[in-house]
Design a protein around this ligand. Structure first.
Ligand code: GLV
Length: 311
């Protein structure tokens, strides 16, 4: 089946690399054309331009190249009946888990403080803190949130997770919350907050002053969702005021982060360039194959999102 590559930001063919040739007998990658092609039923997209889908009236499904689909679902030329498929890659969840654990432990063990001490040649051993005294709240309990919860619980942290609708926690050690009241309850018990929510109209701006005020004083934010979840000035105010002691930020509304942005030089912020984790080309290829197969056989592709919810 032919699959049109659509992106205003990336050369998708180069991004996929030679490994994609492994599925060449099942999916033929073709370039986007201004005039479109009514015979094409499958696309792979990342940040499509507004009119990207106009010439492709018979598309049945669009595959993302990542876990997130927020950059696709808002495209004005995308018809509401077209399936949008996310990549679910256990390897991505595992990498994300290592990244988040590093920051959680950094907060628990005061790594930033010891780094500052080293700069000043100070030998001072502060109190050691046990993992079970540190409550971690995870916003989002999909494939990635679930992996973070399991691994952090295994490391001994007191783990809570929140989702819009009720979800059964993976182990008895994880407490789960849902809905607006559940969010408030979890935040009140949270010291380190990890955001892995999908970006939807409902979650845009969710990391704001009101939310920060609800978590324990001296809390810490690990932001690996999407930049648009965070109200940046509210974070700066919470850090200034001591409500938060620090933040690890991997995603930003404008990437690369502009060189003049105040986050760069902020002493309480650890910043990484949207590389907490990534999906593998192998997982993207597998998603293309299962989606093409679903189109051929008239089924809904696995991991197709609910278009009314946006995730
Ligand atoms: C990364 O941002 C992804 O969506 O997988």
């Amino acid at each position: 089946m032919r699959c049109v590559l659509i992106s205003s930001r990336l050369d998708l063919r180069r991004y996929l690399g030679p490994e994609i040739s492994l599925i060449a007998d099942q999916v033929e990658l073709v370039e986007w054309k201004k005039d479109g092609d009514p015979d094409v039923r499958l696309a792979m997209a990342w940040h499509p331009s507004n009119d990207a889908f106009s010439g492709y009236p018979n598309l049945r499904a669009i595959c993302s190249i990542g876990a997130g689909v927020d950059n696709i679902v808002g495209c004005p030329s995308l018809k509401s009946e077209v399936d949008v498929v996310r990549v679910v890659d256990p390897g991505q969840a595992q990498m994300m888990s290592g990244f988040v654990a590093w920051h959680v432990i950094g907060h628990q063990r005061n790594f930033a403080g010891y780094q500052a001490q080293q700069r000043d040649r100070i030998w001072h051993s502060g109190p050691q803190r046990r993992a079970d005294s540190l409550p971690v709240g995870i916003l989002g309990y999909g494939a990635i949130g679930r992996k973070l919860a399991i691994d952090l619980a295994y490391l001994g942290f007191s783990v809570m997770c929140w989702s819009r609708t009720p979800k059964r926690p993976a182990t008895a050690a994880i407490r789960s919350y849902n809905g607006p009241a559940g969010l408030c309850e979890m935040l009140n018990n949270t010291e380190v907050l990890v955001n892995v929510l999908p970006l939807t109209p409902e979650t845009r701006g969710i990391l704001n002053a009101q939310l920060f005020a609800n978590i324990r004083r001296g809390g810490y934010l690990i932001q690996v969702g999407r930049g648009e979840h965070l109200l940046e000035s509210d974070l700066l105010a919470a850090l200034e005021d001591g409500q938060l002691t620090g933040a690890a930020l991997d995603v930003f509304p404008s990437e690369p982060l502009p060189r003049t942005h105040p986050f760069w030089g902020h002493p309480k912020i650890i910043l990484t360039p949207h590389n907490a984790s990534d999906v593998s080309v192998r997982a993207v290829a597998a998603t293309l194959v299962t989606t093409a197969d679903a189109i051929r056989t008239g089924r809904r592709p696995p991991h197709a999102i609910d278009r009314t919810l946006g995730y």
